[in-house]
Design a protein around this ligand. Structure first.
Ligand code: HEC
Ligand code: HEC
Ligand SMILES: [Ca+2]
Ligand SMILES: [Ca+2]
Length: 471
């Protein structure tokens, strides 16, 4: 376990103390800036306001634990549920007939939530062995849609390929990846090599039907999901510009997806293609598909095989605790927003239209969890789908998302990826090896922004990266 209830609460009170000092010092800095730094304070009078990236849920931590703190301001019972959810999030499930935490598989992708969201953060790409248990999995489907407009199952395989199996069983198949290099040259002569992965399967338990579409996905940070879930639908829809009426080349539209708990279509918010309406559905599906645990929502295994285990393997109560856990993690504060280079980078981020998709500010509506209720926060996403071009495309539709469309990723916390997760692999399958590559992969609607980034002189480019790294 990464931390006990007691020391978590202790750290929480230390942190909130630190937070007050931190905010105070920002206030002082702001006052001292306003006289002499006319230009930057005119451009970004309130950039420092964005320090509280998660509103009341902000934690002031830039350490390797930065994504794992409990949100401040929870009630005693919310804190208690969070701690129980934390325990289940970190639990490695085992094979039936173990008496507890049993029911793993028979086929699965990994044994725990945390193994794909390490330190509540981002999984690394499994470079050394793509079939080792990792945070990467491949979604699959065939042409057409299911009865709710979602991806059409591959007969015998479903919509996700499980490349692991418990002893005595065969996985659905193993992954293979090959790479093609694409080189790009930045304005100052720097050469960037983008490594384009291409995925296929070998050793499938039965032959794969023809025409299987593949979408690779990697586990991303999960803090702040409670806030993203509470952005009023009207606010998301207001950012849509489906026919690009304002002519900036950026359209953006919401995904609409099936909620199997409420049995209705809802706006999609989670996953790389916004194909999941809320954290609860994400949790139910992760237990079922990723770990191989049945629940009251899915009373049979995801797979061709069963192991005699008793269903459901995970209770509704456990699902609710894990759901609450994800939604009540603290959001790490942004850093250095008063640094002049960061301020310059923030201006470039706006000038070259990064902020048209990575919309800095959002607000939540009412929540029974006070810390999440009516908050102003800074995720840097519009929650919308954008056509990102063929190079990033996977050719696999997901509800309304086409093969080329992806949800704008929140950028909060991205500058802490190295310190928390020990790598800088970005984008939906971790193909980018650093921020520059991630930006250079942008195409389609974001092509002009990418071209503008490519054309920046060295110091402007570094300022932009410094800004992104301050988030
Ligand atoms: C095998 C790896 C794997 C496991 C195990 C796993 N996840 Fe995930 N998780 C992912 C991937 C990959 C995505 C993105 C899925 C997509 O784009 O459709 C994701 C997405 C999410 C998201 C959405 C985040 C966002 O901002 O869109 C949440 C929340 C989440 N997972 C929670 C969980 C929980 C809770 C568990 C355990 C019950 C879990 N995950 C287990 C790989 C995993
Ligand atoms: C048209 C909308 C759009 C514009 C404009 C745009 N982005 Fe993105 N950005 C996205 C989407 C969508 C993704 C996710 C793509 C994927 O994972 O395949 C993304 C991903 C990223 C990522 C990786 C995030 C992660 O968690 O892996 C970074 C970094 C990023 N963008 C920075 C920028 C910067 C800097 C600019 C301006 C030069 C920019 N973006 C412009 C839509 C946009
Ligand atoms: Ca099982
Ligand atoms: Ca499957």
């Amino acid at each position: 376990m990464k931390k006990t209830y007691k020391n978590m609460l202790l750290s929480k009170s230390i942190l909130s103390g630190f937070g007050k000092i931190f905010l105070l010092s920002i206030g002082i800095l702001l006052i001292s800036c306003s006289d002499d730094e006319g230009v930057s304070s005119e451009t970004y009078p309130n950039l420092a306001d964005r320090t509280n990236a998660g509103g009341a849920t902000t934690v002031y931590s830039a350490t390797s634990q930065a994504f794992s703190w409990i949100s401040p301001g929870l009630s005693a019972s919310e804190e208690n549920d969070h701690m129980q959810g934390d325990y289940l999030f970190e639990m490695s499930f085992v094979t039936y007939p173990a008496p507890i935490y049993s029911g793993l598989g028979p086929i699965y992708n990994n044994v725990s939530c945390i193994s794909c969201h390490p330190k509540d953060g981002r999984a690394n790409f499994p470079d050394a062995n793509i079939n080792a248990p990792s945070g990467l999995f491949l979604r699959i489907s065939i042409d057409g849609t299911d009865e709710n407009g979602g991806p059409n199952s591959v007969p015998g395989f479903g919509t996700q390929m499980q490349n692991q199996a418990i002893f005595g069983y065969k996985s659905e198949g193993k992954y293979q990846v090959t790479y093609t290099d694409i080189t790009e040259t930045l304005a100052d002569g720097t050469i960037v090599t983008l490594r384009k992965p291409s995925y296929s399967f070998i050793d499938t338990y039965i032959p794969l039907p023809a025409g299987v579409m593949i979408s690779p996905r990697i586990g991303m940070p999960i803090f702040g999901s409670g806030l993203l879930e509470l952005i009023p639908e009207a606010d998301i829809l207001a950012l849509q510009d489906i026919n690009d009426a304002d002519g900036d080349g950026i359209s953006g539209r919401a995904n609409y997806v099936w909620d199997e708990v409420d049995n209705k279509i809802k706006i999609g918010r989670f996953g790389w293609k916004a194909s999941v309406p809320n954290v609860k559905m994400q949790t139910i599906e992760a237990f079922h598909q990723d770990i191989g645990l049945t629940s009251s929502f899915h009373m049979t295994e995801s797979s061709y095989a069963t192991d005699g285990s008793i269903h459901p393997e995970i209770s509704d109560n456990s699902i609710n605790l894990v759901d609450l856990y994800c939604r009540t993690l603290g959001v790490p504060a942004a850093r250095d927003l008063n640094n002049p280079t960061v301020q310059k980078g923030a201006k470039i981020f706006d000038d070259i239209n990064c902020s048209k998709c990575h919309v800095p500010q959002q607000k939540t509506g009412y929540s029974s969890i006070a810390a999440l209720s009516f908050q102003t926060f800074y995720p840097y996403t519009d929650m919308l789908l954008h056509d990102m071009g063929d190079r990033l495309g996977d050719g696999r539709p997901d509800y309304l998302a086409t093969g080329n469309e992806w949800k704008t990723r929140p950028l909060w916390g991205i500058g802490l990826t190295q310190v928390v997760n020990g790598h800088t692999r970005f984008l939906h399958d971790g193909r980018a090896r650093n921020l520059t590559e991630a930006i250079m992969w942008h195409g389609g609607e974001s092509r002009p922004a990418k071209d503008a980034f490519k054309a920046l002189n060295t110091s402007d480019r570094e300022a932009l990266l410094k800004f992104v790294n301050s988030l």
